[in-house]
Design a protein around this ligand. Structure first.
Ligand SMILES: CC(C)(COP(=O)(O)OP(=O)(O)OC[C@H]1O[C@@H](n2cnc3c(N)ncnc32)[C@H](O)[C@@H]1OP(=O)(O)O)[C@@H](O)C(=O)NCCC(=O)NCCS
Length: 198
């Protein structure tokens, strides 16, 4: 029996503007700014990739630039975050699951990487809130989640500021680059718990 392909989902209307920020698709010209913070060992400490060299940055940029219209699990939306004309970070919304092969995605994972030059002012929080609003307003999602190393306190605080709940802590399930295992904290937000920021 053949399974019909699920219809592709329309991309969200961009840019999204908040009080201090503009969220837009990633452009090839963002390479220098993204390369600067993704080449910083402190920034990538808890990311699934090591600090990017030139070749790895080229590969990441092509993935980010192409990530404009996710539709099925494993596809993602990448957004560049601008503050007063400067790129300060990037966001990801990655679909992970759905009920059946022709259903739209129902679960998505959030991710964020911000330049430490612009940290500590709530910009990442403001951007992540806008991404949550976009995710629930534009896609028929049931649940958003974030997975992080529990030692990544800045990211855990961000999850809490945007209304996500700590749902679980799994032990030694994440393979680190140095051959060790680390724990994972799972944060979640259900559609019925979502309060739009604006
Ligand atoms: C996770 C990350 C985005 C958080 O950055 P951040 O600077 O702490 O987050 P914000 O920009 O939202 O700033 C929040 C801080 O500014 C303060 N702040 C100041 N003005 C604020 C405002 N208007 N609104 C909210 N917070 C404000 C907050 O109190 C908070 O400080 P605190 O944590 O000491 O209480 C950043 O650390 C990062 O990019 N890390 C590396 C990548 C990474 O690990 N990503 C996650 C992988 S799972």
């Amino acid at each position: 029996m053949s399974v019909e392909a699920a219809p592709r989902l329309a991309p969200p209307a961009l840019p999204v503007r908040t009080e201090r920020l503009m969220l837009r698709t990633v452009q090839p010209g963002d390479r220098e700014a993204i390369g600067r913070y993704c080449g910083d060992d402190e920034v990538t400490r808890y990311l699934p990739f090591p600090s990017l060299d030139d070749e790895a940055l080229t590969a990441r940029m092509s993935r980010l630039v192409a990530a404009t219209a996710p539709s099925v699990p494993d596809e993602f939306l990448a957004l560049a975050v601008e503050h007063e004309g400067t790129l300060v970070g990037d966001l990801m919304l990655r679909f992970t699951d759905r009920h059946g092969p022709t259903d739209p995605p129902a679960i998505a994972e959030l991710g964020w990487v911000f330049s430490p030059e612009h940290g500590g002012r709530g910009l990442a929080t403001e951007a992540a809130r806008a991404l949550v609003d976009l995710a629930f307003a534009h896609y028929p999602l049931h649940r958003l989640m974030a997975r992080l190393d529990p030692r990544n306190v800045a990211s855990a605080r961000l999850c809490e500021r945007i209304g996500m709940q700590l749902e679980g802590h799994t032990r030694e399930d994440y393979a680190e680059r140095d051959g060790t295992w680390s724990d994972t904290a799972v944060y979640g937000l259900l559609r019925r718990e979502w309060t739009p920021a604006r």
